[in-house]
Design a binder for this molecule. Structure first.
Ligand SMILES: CC(C)(COP(=O)(O)OP(=O)(O)OC[C@H]1O[C@@H](n2cnc3c(N)ncnc32)[C@H](O)[C@@H]1OP(=O)(O)O)[C@@H](O)C(=O)NCCC(=O)NCCS
Length: 334
């Protein structure tokens, strides 16, 4: 017998590697400047792993902090969903690797691949397992080692990304908490945008070979302007759609937490939905784009800054490679 309850986030864990790389450091590596990067992206610095550090290591550290904050043991986790575009390897899944590292001996799990939208896709997926009544503790990890797929000679992409991880625990709302938790979601994919941001090598289409490596197919390839235009349009569209569906405007929101890809994308969306800057969480200046980790890292900053309190209405939005996109509406529950 299962009981249907809405899912709520009950704890957060984060991890970024200690090595900070500034724009000035990058200007020693490629033809760029601190000023260009700040003006076009809002990024001042990012955290990069030491070479060879896998995504699972970051994810496991975020998971360990999450368990500490929640005050539970790893074997209480029933399901692990890992959002990542840089899994340790194709298989086994990074969920399996993290499960083993943290000794979550009673969990099952899997990875979700949706690039910069993957944390929200994973959150939505996890919420279904809680709402169905099948699970009471689902961990969502968003983790990426973007430096593992960056072409360090390509100034147009290498300045944008950072490494990091975040994890949240989803649990059922208690009785009397009916208005809290994850209220709604909306996601899309549009595969026609696939060749604007992709990593062509290493899969079944272009199995790794000397040739694919010589042609740098194991790195991110990006059409920055096409991504930028799509992201600005889609993030605003999905945010507005969610607000209108719930008869709300930006003024009803306590906080807007968007995927951190570019300061100008976040600002354009916030302006269009009429949001006061004080309600917009931005941390891209210190982390860059950490792909699956941006939203949990931003949740952490919102908590640190005292901007996220129980009962606050939060709109999450993300757009990424695929194209993938989505928005999630939640009422913060702790
Ligand atoms: C990548 C991005 C910052 C580039 O900004 P932009 O204003 O579109 O710049 P453009 O691509 O038009 O390039 C303008 C010029 O800057 C140059 N440039 C690119 N990267 C540079 C860098 N790091 N430093 C200095 N100049 C750079 C380009 O070569 C180009 O020079 P040209 O005019 O001589 O050809 C922007 O397109 C962007 O953020 N796109 C979205 C990327 C993204 O979010 N990806 C993740 C998806 S979730």
């Amino acid at each position: 017998m299962t009981t249907q309850r809405r899912a709520k986030i009950t704890a957060l864990g984060r991890y970024v590697p200690p090595r900070i790389v500034t724009n000035y450091d990058l200007a020693q590596m490629v033809d760029t400047t601190h000023e260009w990067i700040v003006e076009r992206t809002g990024i001042h610095q990012r955290h990069w792993v030491e070479k060879g550090t896998p995504t699972s290591e970051l994810g496991a550290k975020a998971a360990a902090e999450l368990l500490k904050h929640r005050g539970i043991e790893a074997d209480e986790i029933e399901l692990i969903i890992v959002a990542t575009v840089t899994p340790d390897m194709f298989f086994p899944s990074t969920a399996c690797v993290i499960q083993n590292k943290i000794r979550a001996t009673k969990a099952w799990g899997f990875d979700i691949s949706a690039a910069c939208s993957s944390f929200l896709y994973a959150l939505t997926t996890a919420a279904q397992f809680i709402e169905s009544g099948h699970h009471k503790k689902v961990m969502v990890v968003g983790a990426d080692v973007m430096t593992s797929i960056l072409n360090m000679e390509d100034r147009a992409t290498m300045v944008l990304f950072g490494d990091g991880a975040g994890a949240v625990m989803l649990e059922p709302c208690e009785e009397g908490e009916e208005d809290l938790g994850i209220l709604d979601y909306y996601h899309e994919i549009d595969g026609s945008g696939g060749d604007h941001l992709y990593m062509p090598g290493g899969g079944s289409l272009n199995p790794s070979s000397h040739d694919t490596v010589d042609r740098k197919m194991h790195f991110i390839h990006q059409n920055g302007q096409a991504i930028f235009k799509f992201a600005v349009r889609k993030m605003e569209e999905l945010s507005t759609r969610m607000l209108e569906k719930h008869n709300m405007t930006g003024a009803d929101l306590g906080l807007f937490i968007a995927h951190q890809a570019n300061m100008r994308i976040i600002d354009a969306t916030a302006n269009k939905i009429g949001l006061d800057q004080s309600k917009v969480i931005k941390n891209i200046h210190k982390y860059g784009n950490t792909t699956a980790a941006t939203i949990p890292l931003a949740i952490g900053d919102a908590i640190d800054e005292g901007k996220l309190k129980k009962g606050d209405l939060v709109l999450f939005a993300a757009v990424g490679a695929g194209f993938t996109s989505g928005s999630v509406l939640a009422r913060w529950a702790y």
